[in-house]
Design a protein around this ligand. Structure first.
Ligand code: SF4
Length: 271
């Protein structure tokens, strides 16, 4: 049914109050979650049951996000078995060690073997595993150009840019606002480095993958001006990682930050 495959079609059904009773920050976030399988229409208590019924939506219409991720992972595991690690290591910024390809993500080494298994000193993180395999299989290993641009100006980003603005930049801004000191401590923990002076209060570069740097620009709230967050990428980013996985790995970093903030802040709460 087309109505359930498009976030905009779902959004039109909602009352747009952003009341958060569905445990998501907004009606648009809910619409995206329904399409991705993480929520069902009935999870919005404001939506009339008759509307849901009239759409004929089955009880469990889509696979969960975890199911979809597992399917993607299985496909990539098959493909990585065909990759000659020695011939791709240098262009990807990795090294081969004991038949495993070592790739540095956010200052920590992750190891991939030919069965696609990932090991590291960090906890397992599927948000990293899938983009990392994509980087190995499809990454062109283009040298970083030094030309920074916002996500929406990257090649192929058009259909992802609204989600990126909402689920990445906006969510990251809220974390930085609510836990400023801890937020920057975490960035330091992940080997963030200052970039040349910009007009932002903070401009830090991190490397989710060796040839996929991103710059976080953060302006703190001041007087009547709200805070602002922008994430910039090197112009070559889509040559080194499919745009979908640039979104996925950025989102994964934010999820990781959320978990670490809950674990390390005094209240044990996110907000
Ligand atoms: S509960 Fe419904 S109306 Fe409220 S934010 Fe979620 S989707 Fe929007």
């Amino acid at each position: 049914m087309s109505a359930i495959n498009s976030p905009l079609e779902i959004y039109k059904l909602l009352n747009k109050s952003n009341c958060q009773k569905c445990m998501l920050p907004s009606c648009m976030a809910f619409s995206v979650a329904v399409v991705q399988g993480g929520k069902q229409l009935k999870d919005c208590p404001e939506l009339d049951a008759q509307v849901i019924e009239s759409l004929g939506v089955p009880e469990n219409p889509r696979k969960t996000i975890e199911d979809e991720q597992q399917i993607s992972l299985n496909k990539m595991i098959q493909k990585v078995a065909e990759v000659n690690f020695s011939s791709v290591a240098e262009k990807l910024g990795g090294i081969v060690n004991h038949n495993k390809l070592a790739i540095n993500c956010l200052g920590k080494d992750f190891f991939i073997d030919n069965s696609g298994e990932m090991t590291s000193e960090c906890h397992y993180n599927q948000w990293v595993h899938i983009p990392l395999l994509n980087y190995i299989i499809h990454g062109q290993g283009k040298e970083i150009s030094g030309e920074w641009c916002p996500f929406n100006e990257l090649k192929g980003a058009a259909s992802w840019s609204r989600f990126f603005a909402h689920r990445c930049e906006e969510d990251l801004r809220q974390l930085a606002d609510a836990h400023t000191d801890l937020f920057f401590e975490l960035l330091n923990m992940f080997a963030a480095q200052e970039v040349a002076k910009t007009d932002a209060d903070y401009s830090l570069v991190i490397y989710p993958l060796p040839k996929l740097p991103l710059v976080i620009h953060y302006w703190m709230a001041e007087d009547d001006f709200p805070s602002k967050m922008s994430i910039f990428f090197d112009r070559t980013a889509p040559d080194n990682l499919n745009i979908e996985y640039i979104y996925t790995i950025t989102r994964g970093i934010i999820e990781m930050f959320r978990q670490l903030i809950v674990k390390h802040n005094m209240t044990g709460k996110l907000f």
